[in-house]
Design a protein around this ligand. Structure first.
Ligand code: PGA
Length: 268
């Protein structure tokens, strides 16, 4: 794991945007894994700005989102399709038919839908860079605690903590879905790079468990310990429970020197 701690959350977003810019500018048909939630909003704003400044184009990019609610359709303003359109896709030049979310409409077989999503990712060559947030309970995507570390795209029942955490986004009397279709943990681990962003004090315990805790289904994000190219971008509040912070800062300074000497290495 490469752990980078910043003073401000804007630096987390800017660094993540730089990773995406490097991918999009260096690969002919880049495949991005995208996330919803509060954390990536600043990243998406930064990508829109860089697109407007003509630093990058998404014309040949394909994207796969981590998850989507069940029981509401794409036109619902609470759907993750709506979130992605509003916060990113409508403001850049990505081909909307090349943006995928794992969906399962009423009457569709969730097993077939999950399998089809996995197949589509594989058929297009696999995800180059997967963007992730982390739940206060350690979830990635909607892989809630006790999710199989070998899981693939499927339906998950949201935990009480996730429902409570996300209830802030729903009005009184508005339907809050309790089920979602989500990439599995094994799906996420298949990405060539994973980049997890966490900001804010309420993520500090999950971040500590992810990085220093045992590899355990109780903290699904701890599965990233098994990934060859996991980059963890934190602001200092999200990093506040981490031991050895000076070591991470020092190790990053060494990485910067190596990159300056030998060039940035991306195995996309
Ligand atoms: P948040 O959600 O970015 O809204 O905190 C992250 C997550 O639940 O994965």
């Amino acid at each position: 794991m490469q752990i980078v701690i910043f003073d401000h959350e804007q630096q987390v977003a800017d660094t993540a945007a730089q990773w995406i810019e490097t991918l999009v500018n260096n690969k002919k048909s880049p495949i991005l894994g995208l996330a919803t939630g509060s954390t990536p909003i600043k990243l998406y704003q930064q990508l829109i700005r860089r697109y407007q400044e003509k630093k990058l184009t998404f014309k040949s990019t394909t994207s796969f989102n981590l998850d989507e609610y069940l029981g509401i359709d794409a036109t619902n303003s609470q759907s993750y399709r709506h979130f992605m359109n509003e916060n990113l896709f409508n403001h850049i030049d990505i081909d909307n038919t090349h943006t995928y979310l794992p969906t399962c409409a009423q009457g569709q077989n969730p097993r077939e839908q999950g399998l089809a999503y996995e197949e589509k990712i594989k058929q297009l060559g696999g995800i180059d860079l997967q963007i992730l947030g982390i739940g206060a309970n350690g979830h990635i995507g909607f892989n809630e605690p006790t999710s199989s570390l070998a899981s693939r795209t499927r339906i998950k029942t949201l935990s009480q903590q996730t429902l409570a955490d996300n209830s802030r986004l729903f009005n009184n009397n508005e339907f809050q879905p309790t089920l979602a279709m989500t990439m599995g943990i094994a799906t996420i681990l298949d990405a060539r790079y994973v980049l997890l962003m966490a900001t804010g004090e309420n993520k500090a315990k999950a971040v500590k468990d992810m990085i220093t805790g045992p590899l355990s289904a109780i903290c699904p994000a701890s599965a990233l310990q098994m990934h060859e190219n996991a980059i963890i971008l934190l602001d200092k509040t999200a990093a506040s429970q981490l031991p050895d912070q000076e070591y991470y800062q020092w190790a990053n300074a060494q990485n910067i020197k190596i990159n300056q000497a030998f060039g940035l290495y991306h195995n996309y």
